[in-house]
Design a protein around this ligand. Structure first.
Ligand code: PNS
Length: 171
């Protein structure tokens, strides 16, 4: 991507399910926003995860509220291949967060595939080590069993989680 003067402006895509966004995700977004002139947080419309906790609109809304302090961060959604979205949005780089070494095993194959499909590289940012065990799926599990998740998600997300739990019939 180039600005109006033709100067290259790196546009980074940070893709994910964000169901829900965690403090680990927000840490990666903050790091990406400090490096790249434009960062798009891209929520996948993921057909593999058939019953998400939050619908797309809710995930986008939470992300928008959690990232409103960054003038260079926007939130979007995509369906289908990430590589196609990257090409369509004229992005220069994919950003992924790494928590632990084992994350890298899968991510390396994704990075190669995405580069092969779109010619766009993936850059990995390590989230703070204090988030190394924080994942959306673990947050949901702890929350649904009545555990305290306040330390692991932004306040906005906690609000949404609490609203959801009140809206759900007890079983
Ligand atoms: O937060 P997640 O669920 O770990 O994010 C996974 C995501 C969205 C990055 C990955 O599933 C993805 O890229 N999905 C889009 C479909 C695609 O491009 N698949 C081929 C990957 S090489």
């Amino acid at each position: 991507m180039r600005d109006s003067a033709g100067v290259p402006q790196s546009h980074a895509i940070y893709p994910g399910s964000f169901d829900p966004p965690t403090n680990g995700h927000l840490d990666v977004i903050a790091r990406a926003a400090a490096i790249f002139p434009i960062v798009t947080v891209a929520v996948v419309v993921n057909p593999q995860k058939r019953s998400p906790f939050f619908n797309l609109e809710e995930r986008e809304e939470m992300l928008r509220r959690c990232t409103s302090q960054y003038a260079n961060v926007r939130v979007d959604r995509f369906r289908g291949l990430l590589a196609d979205f990257v090409k369509r949005t004229d992005a220069d780089v994919i950003v992924k967060g790494l928590r632990v070494v084992s994350d890298f095993e899968n991510e390396m194959a994704f990075a190669h595939m995405n580069r092969s499909l779109s010619n766009v590289d993936t850059m990995f940012l390590m989230s703070d080590s204090s988030y190394s065990f924080v994942s959306s799926s673990l947050i949901k599990e702890v929350f649904l069993q009545g555990g305290d998740i306040a330390k692991y998600v932004p306040d906005v997300v906690l609000e949404y989680m609490n609203q959801k739990s009140h809206a759900r019939p007890a079983s």
